[in-house]
Design a protein around this ligand. Sequence first.
Ligand code: PLP
Length: 346
Amino acid sequence: MGSSTLHIDLGALAQNWRVLDAKSAANVETAAVVKADGYGTGAGKAARALARAGAKTFFVAAAEEGIDVRNAVGPSPRVCVFSGHMAGDTDMIADMQLIPMLNSLDQITRHFELLPKHPFGVQLDTGMNRLGLEANEWDAVRDLVMAANPVLIMSHLACADEPDHPMNAQQLAEFHKMTDGLDVPRALSATGGILLGPDYHFDLTRPGIGLYGGLPFEDAAPVVRVECPVIQIRDVPAGETVGYGNTWTAEVPSRVATVSAGYADGITRQISNKSVLFDGDTPCPLIGRVSMDLITVDVTHLDQTPRSLDLLCAHQTVDDLAEIGGTIGYEILTSLGRRYNRRYRT
Ligand SMILES: *Cc1c(COP(=O)(O)O)cnc(C)c1O
């Protein structure tokens, strides 16, 4: 039990889904995005908890990711693939009953030739220039594609976490232009788009980060806690230094705890000498550099020697740590490595 523990609160995950679901009208379906191993929480466990909460449609990035999700949720829920129908994925798409979101004329041709009758969706590009058919391509194939009954037409917003960004209205108008009048369910919004309001909801929403406790969903319940066991405690005399590069010097006689977690566990070195870990409610400064497997912490002010310290918890969310580390909550979550003991709570 030398490594850190990643506590995952599946009850909080389900609760976040319900709160996001309640933000759209009753006739709008709220799906769940479980790509990147459920944003680091474990795609199978996350999908099962979300299915129990009521989610009926799941999204993954690549077909391979759909296998765990299908096995976890059983045959009924829809499992959709953002990257579409890639060469080599045909058997997996058929065997696991995945629904590819077709992104290009090539993918449409491939799907219609290799799996005619197998359900599919279409992704349109409304300005992000990342995935999906451009307006002129869509014009060329729209009638043909619509005749084959897509289950969903979707696009993705580039700036939804900035409510005042003009790109939101621009993409909304483009999506209307490309899809109004078509008899097919439509989806435009991820977490950020849900919070932009009902104009952005269409028939289905696709929250990801908000489910896992991240911004821009400010009211999210925290889903992950990272608990790092204390391996050793030492007294450091004033004037001595701690860690690689001697970047921290004790100004007074100090007590230093060494905990098991490091950048190999996805704890970015950018938080060296900047962050804190928590003993219950009490913050303890992270001192010196984060190394591969170890972090050093100033616990001089504690009355008792802690057995473990929390790096992520209700007092320090993924977004707090992201802010300190110069990144985003998404990256903190999906970087949490393989070495953690994973403990699930329902
Ligand atoms: C990742 C992703 C989502 C989920 O986005 P969040 O910001 O995590 O809610 C939705 N749709 C697409 C196309 C995505 O790539």
